[in-house]
Design a protein around this ligand. Structure first.
Ligand SMILES: [Zn+2]
Length: 267
């Protein structure tokens, strides 16, 4: 059973940009409205389509364990526009059902597959920010957030692009307890993906050679990057705080060497 994750955000708030740290073969992309990405990576497996049958087929045949559908709101909006002339409520039922079935399809995928549904935000009737649909008639049929255990929201604060991991009371953000340490994290979907994989036991966790604790993502770096970087620089895999301690110690030693007047031998 794969895992569906919902990423909400206004246009230009860093949803698409959050994919930037995935390597070209690491992630498959369904580009619903075929819009250009705001970074250089060209993903190897891309489908430009708003057709549910094509998208379902694509999802079932990917080797990448990470799939992003960007932007799912257009799946609903485009179908709604195509059927604009139809009268009656049937189209709303169909639009809701098609979208629901796509999310449910995640359950039939391998257990280590994570599908990220990127969707626009809107302010609902109760004043809360929620996943944008095509209006009240659809909202009566389906509560999109109810189908996800993790709902993140893009936030731009002081020029920084972030994800909110829990609700501030005025939105529908949520995530399992202990998945993220802080309310806000950098808008790095690769780091989110890694955290989810560790949390749900989809991935072997690396431990720190010095303190024995798990190496977790920190300061915008993935656990993989931290483990790899410390292995290269210190000859062993270290957690972020042990690495920070070593850097601090090295600085103190260097400062002492200078004040001792012993010159530059202290390397
Ligand atoms: Zn450590």
């Amino acid at each position: 059973m794969g895992l569906p994750v919902l990423i909400l955000g206004y246009s230009g708030s860093g949803k698409s940009a959050s994919m930037r740290n995935f390597k070209a073969e690491e992630m498959a992309l369904v580009n619903v409205n075929g819009k250009p990405l705001p970074f250089r990576t060209q993903f190897k497996s891309v489908l430009n389509s708003d057709n549910y049958a094509e998208i379902s087929q694509f999802l079932k045949t990917q080797t990448a364990k990470v799939i992003v559908i960007d932007d799912t709101q257009y799946l609903m909006a485009n179908e709604f526009m195509r059927r604009a002339k139809e009268t009656g409520f049937q189209k709303f039922t169909d639009i809701g059902k098609n979208f629901w079935e796509l999310i449910k399809l995640t359950e039939t995928l391998p257990a280590d597959t994570i599908i990220y549904f990127m969707n626009h935000l809107e302010t609902g009737e109760d004043g809360r920010q929620k996943s944008k649909t095509i209006g009240k008639l659809l909202d009566e049929k389906i509560t999109v957030e109810g189908m996800f255990t993790t709902v993140l929201k893009t936030v731009v604060n002081d020029g920084k692009y972030l994800f909110a991991t829990q609700t501030d009371g005025s939105d529908t953000c949520k995530s399992p307890i202990g998945l993220f340490e802080t309310m806000y994290i950098p808008n790095d979907l690769k780091a989110v993906d890694e955290a989810l994989r560790i949390y749900y036991g989809m991935k072997q966790q690396e431990t720190c050679a010095d303190c024995g604790k798990a190496i977790l993502p920190a300061c915008g770096r993935t656990a993989e990057q931290i483990a790899g970087g410390t292995l290269k620089n210190y000859g062993r895999k270290l957690c972020w705080s042990c690495m920070a301690r070593l850097i601090k110690e090295a600085k103190t030693n260097a400062a002492q060497t200078v004040s001792d007047g012993t010159g530059a031998e202290g390397q």
